[in-house]
Design a protein around this ligand. Structure first.
Ligand code: ARG
Length: 566
């Protein structure tokens, strides 16, 4: 961006200071109203040129001020150069950002980035805590794809383990009056709970469960059929929730797939002296003292493999079969040690590794006690989603005519689900997050309804103007303060996307969209749009259409649906 202005600045640096090929970057000045662009290039060059940065900044501003694109250029201590562009130059820049609204096409044959997210342990319904990995992961994927990275969205389900043995025992004892394929996920959970209650009194049940799981491991046909029915039931119920959340996967390969792919890795580790004998006949991996990490168990004394072992096989598979460029794990910060150990073991095995990152997130707590769980029960995600939609519905009823919709039920779904999704994604994932009904469903402040309402407002204006979009006028003499601020914010969109991409921080997009809504609404309340004379009318309609487009694109990246009418 800002190519012409960068060229002018580069010329000055070269002619006045003999500096060639310096990169010049433009930011938005920190203080609003201090111009449209700011660069720190003078600060960076001060040392090299042994000159006061402010002097360099002054020379630079004087030369820049002569450009026909620039209305005003000023040097600001200790060495910033702040620029105010002419309206025409601003509009020209704005036109160029139109492409940030459409997804870039991924390079052909580029190696993919694998994003591992949601990845629940199945045979149980999703709990509220699952929403974090699920939607943060989806947003991370969406941003990557939008910016042209080929992505493999991977749900690495925990579809293997002793819980299947427990379920099999419980089913035989209490549930076999109907085929397991006809069970609902909640009924499966009840079976599971029943098993645990009974096992407290009858210790032999645990033994039976282990035996049942062993049958499954040995490939017993009945055990296998039972397992695959349970997996199918779970996947069906998962799909329902994923659809509501706007979450979708390319690959659903879970832990079970790696059952027969661990042995070779165990052998390799032994041969390379990475795995060694630990306590009670276990096989472990050790880490150097400085890391402070305890040893990781790879194979237990009884020969059973672990989460680590499977993850090693998973990485191998992703490298060899999927040719991963990078692997991102969107997983609770509670598993930090696990991933540190995993990456360390891979390095010890001297594998040729792609870039890997644990995209961790904090805990979520409820602002009020409204949704705390009864002891031992999980708080089901589906219940929370339904509650959100119910609350949204009540708000829509309450607001009466102030809300217009052709389909209030659909609007309630959009608003309720959106409130939760946006409520989470607008918070910094690295901190603990707060689940606050009041804030999430508010029409003011950084919330889904505020964003949705603002989007609907822009669409309503475009409807009244009878235009979907509108070209920016070629020439405009002056801009009002509110127009200028709105344009400045619109211009930042592509940088925000890039920033969110590099740091895997969806909340940067959310916070940006909030600012955009504020700027648009301030503009909307202070300037007439449809009743303005030309060329202001055309400009303001075009700014409205730009805002609508950016809001829609940004919201979609966050899986937030925005209505055209509200
Ligand atoms: N199923 C695991 C859990 O619920 C998360 C899996 C994360 N991905 C991975 N490759 N370890 O805790």
């Amino acid at each position: 961006m800002y190519k012409e202005i960068t060229d002018v600045a580069a010329k000055v640096l070269s002619s006045e200071f003999g500096i060639k090929d310096t990169s010049i970057f433009w930011n938005t000045p920190r203080e609003r109203g201090r111009g449209d662009l700011s660069t720190t290039v003078a600060l960076e060059l001060g040392k090299k040129l042994k000159k006061k940065p402010l002097e360099i900044a002054e020379t630079l501003s004087k030369a820049l001020a002569k450009s026909s694109l620039i209305e005003k250029a000023e040097a600001v201590a200790p060495g910033y150069v702040n620029i105010t562009l002419t309206p025409t130059a601003l509009l020209k820049e704005l036109n160029r950002t139109r492409e940030a609204q459409t997804a870039k096409v991924a390079k052909k044959n580029a190696k993919p980035v694998i994003v591992d997210y949601s990845s629940p342990n199945i045979a149980k319904p999703l709990g509220i805590h699952h929403i974090l990995s699920t939607i943060i992961g989806q947003a991370v994927c969406n941003v990557q794809m939008h910016q042209g990275t080929p992505v493999v969205r991977w749900n690495y389900m925990g579809d293997w383990g002793t819980q299947f043995g427990k379920l099999a025992v419980a089913y035989k004892k209490w549930g076999s009056d109907k085929p397991v394929a006809d069970y609902s996920i909640d009924e499966l959970l009840s079976l599971y709970v029943k098993f645990h209650d009974a096992a407290e009194k009858d210790v032999s049940l645990e033994e039976q469960a282990r035996a049942a799981f062993q049958l499954l491991e040995e490939g017993d046909a009945t055990a296998r059929a039972f397992w695959s029915d349970v997996v199918a039931v779970t996947k069906q119920s998962l799909k329902k929730i994923y659809d509501r959340l706007g979450v979708a996967f390319d690959v659903e390969i879970g832990e079970s797939f790696y059952e027969d792919k661990m042995q070779s890795i165990v052998e390799e580790g032994k041969k390379k002296n990475v795995f060694m004998e630990g306590e009670k006949g276990a096989l472990i991996a050790k880490f150097d003292e400085a890391s402070g990490m305890p040893p990781a168990v790879i194979v237990k004394g009884d020969g059973s493999t672990l989460y680590h072992t499977r993850d090693l096989a998973l990485v191998r598979h992703r490298i060899e079969e999927w040719h991963a460029e990078a692997i991102f794990y969107v997983v609770d910060v509670a598993q930090m040690l696990h991933f540190k150990q995993l990456f360390a073991i891979e390095a010890q095995l001297a594998w040729d590794l792609p870039k890997q990152e644990h995209i961790a997130f904090g805990r979520m707590r409820f602002a009020d006690g409204s949704m705390s769980t009864r002891k031992g029960n999980i708080l089901k995600l589906e219940e929370v989603l339904n509650e959100a939609v119910k609350r949204a519905d009540a708000i829509i009823q309450e607001r009466g005519d102030a809300i217009q919709s052709d389909d209030p039920k659909e609007l309630a779904e959009m608003m309720g689900i959106g409130a939760i999704v946006y409520g989470i994604l607008s918070q910094n994932r690295k901190m603990d997050m707060v689940f606050d009904w009041g804030k999430m469903l508010s029409f003011e402040g950084n919330s889904a309804p505020y964003l949705q309402y603002t989007h609907a407002r822009t669409r309503s204006i475009l409807r009244k103007a009878e235009m979907e979009s509108c070209d920016l006028p070629e020439k405009i003499e002056t801009l009002t303060e509110k127009e200028r601020l709105l344009i400045g914010t619109l211009l930042r969109f592509s940088d925000v996307l890039q920033d969110a991409l590099e740091q895997h921080m969806p909340h940067k997009i959310a916070n940006y969209l909030y600012e955009l809504c504020q700027d648009y609404n301030a503009f909307y309340t202070s300037e007439p749009i449809l009743k303005a004379p030309e060329p202001e009318r055309a400009l303001r309609i075009a700014l409205t259409s730009f805002t609508a487009g950016v809001l829609k694109t940004g919201a979609t990246l966050l899986t937030l649906r925005v209505p055209d009418r509200m």
